[in-house]
Design a protein around this ligand. Structure first.
Ligand code: ATP
Ligand code: MG
Length: 496
């Protein structure tokens, strides 16, 4: 393996790449598999060949035994029927297993005495012996029996030369084939790993060229069904999101600057006009009051912008507690009723049940004020703006309905976007900046709720806020938290 590392290093392949590591793992695994498989093959073949050799010895012995000549209780081999091939030796010993009596070919080695002695006892035995010719011999010794009497010991031997040659050839073949296969595996592995990892290199190149200025480039990977394809698709989707976020940010900054420039220009021109020449006290008062109105509008815009910026940065903290939406809506109606009257509008409140939610009183009041304020702004004199609080299952619904100008359907999907106004000129005249609904949506969503709109142009609009109601277990938990907070507070100031 280290030789492989050196070789890869020499051809300029960085060793720490996944491509090389993958190939090394693959080659290491393949080496283990090949070695184990080859060992199994050699052992199995050796076992089979030896078994075959033993079977042939038994066959040879049986043949010799069948044609054995017995004269006066003395066995001798039948030379006509027995013609052993090369590498085969057949000998017959006397009954004590010590004196070779006759042999068609004597084995070229000294037989172990114990083997003959045991065969003379009536046992059939196999043994392996080293011949004087340097070859290994397999020996079978068995008793020669006539009329139930052991009359001698028959020894059949066969050289293992053929078996050894066959095994040597197999080992040689394996010794050549394994390194060749591994070499092919290295080349193939590097090529295949390179092919599989190519798209990743493409993703890396793309990521390197991307900047905040241009997020328009996409990988658009064709084979989106495999792992790399899914990674590329995820990367593209992430780019989409980033692109949209950057786009929104840019538009937001441009819109904010634009919105601030108009009242600022007005403010400066009013101050210039007042300073042009000396004026009466009443004129100065009028100019200052107008400047104050513009400054107030700018102050409102800036605090709305700050709220949204802090919301984006998750810095806006909510001070949540159980509160009754019916009471809150009632307070908002009471506070805005004078404004409604001044515009000759009727502000109605319709609610029977008390609906308790967990929320930030100031923020939820701001949400309701925004919706009612819109209703009052965009409803002509004589119209009605009503607010209703209902509970449906685990959700509280607050509906703010007006009999106003309505909203054309094509504007509905964008209504909650920052600075979005249906009629820019009309909204500016009413002092609107188009941030009210964006803030309202953030408030609803940050309370785990939603906000939606339905409208009939020229007739009415209905904004619906849905919030999760406070269930008994939620209430228990929050009471528990409150109690432990009190306990902690007491503990720290030493009054506990
Ligand atoms: N009840 C309504 N009837 C008709 N149009 C509405 C109504 N509420 C909102 N709109 C339209 O949606 C736009 C966005 O409303 P939003 O409250 O966000 O902004 P705004 O009222 O113009 O300004 P801001 O609330 O920041 O003072 C408005 O400019 C208006 O065109
Ligand atoms: Mg508004």
């Amino acid at each position: 393996m280290s030789a492989l590392l050196v070789a890869l290093h020499c051809i300029g392949m960085p060793l720490r790449t996944i491509r090389v590591r993958l190939t090394l793992w693959y080659v290491a695994l393949l080496t283990i598999i090949l070695v184990v498989f080859s060992a199994f093959l050699v052992l199995n073949l050796s076992r089979n060949l030896h078994a075959e050799l033993d079977r042939s010895l038994v066959g040879e012995a049986q043949r010799s035994m069948a044609t054995l000549d017995v004269q006066d209780g003395q066995p001798s081999l039948n030379e006509e029927t027995e013609a052993p091939g090369t590498g085969v030796a057949i000998t017959i010993y006397d009954r004590g297993g010590t004196i070779p009596m006759a042999g068609l070919r004597h084995p070229p080695f000294v037989l172990p005495a114990t083997l003959l002695a045991e065969a003379a006892q009536g046992h059939q035995l196999f043994a392996t012996a080293q011949g004087t010719d340097g070859a290994k011999w397999r020996v079978l010794a068995m008793p020669a029996v006539d009329n139930g009497q052991i009359i001698g010991v028959l020894v059949v031997a066969r050289t293992e030369q053929e078996v050894t040659t066959a095994l040597d050839q197999l080992v040689l073949l394996i010794a050549v084939a394994i390194p060749l296969t591994l070499l092919l595996a290295v080349v193939g592995g590097i090529f295949l790993a390179g092919r599989a990892l190519n798209p990743i290199a493409r993703i890396t190149r793309t990521a390197e060229h991307l900047g905040a200025e241009d997020l328009s480039y996409r990988l658009s990977f064709a084979h989106a069904d495999d792992e790399v394809g899914r990674l590329a698709a995820t990367f593209d989707r992430m780019l989409d999101r980033l692109d949209r976020a950057f786009q929104r940010q840019r538009t937001f900054t441009a819109d904010a600057s634009h919105e601030l420039r108009t009242p600022l220009a007005l403010l400066i021109s009013q101050a210039d006009l007042a300073l042009e020449r000396s004026r009466t006290a009443a004129e100065y008062r009028r100019a200052l009051s107008s400047i104050r109105d513009d400054a107030q509008a700018m102050h409102r815009l800036l605090s709305d912008l700050l709220t949204l910026a802090r919301a984006d940065a998750h810095q806006e903290e909510l001070d949540c507690e159980p509160l009754d939406l019916r009471d809150l809506a009632n307070e908002v109606v009471t506070a805005l009723d004078p404004l409604a009257r001044s515009r000759q509008l009727t502000l109605k409140f319709d609610s029977t049940d008390s609906v308790v939610v967990r929320g930030d009183q100031t923020r939820l009041a701001q949400l309701l004020v925004n919706l009612v304020d819109n209703g009052l702004k965009y409803t002509p004199a004589g119209g009605i703006v009503s607010i209703a609080v209902r509970r449906q299952g685990d959700y509280a619904h607050v509906e703010v309905t007006d009999t106003g100008v309505g909203i054309p359907p094509e504007h509905l999907p964008h209504l909650f976007e920052r600075f979005y106004r249906v009629d820019k000129a009309r909204s500016r005249a009413t002092g609107g900046t188009g941030l009210g609904l964006a803030i309202s949506r953030w408030i609803a969503e940050t309370h785990g709720g939603t906000i939606s709109v339905a409208s009939e142009p020229g007739r009415s609009s209905t904004f619906t806020v849905t919030l999760p109601v406070l269930t008994a277990s939620d209430a228990y938990q929050s009471a528990d938290t409150a109690e432990s907070t009190v306990r902690r507070a007491r503990g720290t100031n030493g009054t506990g």
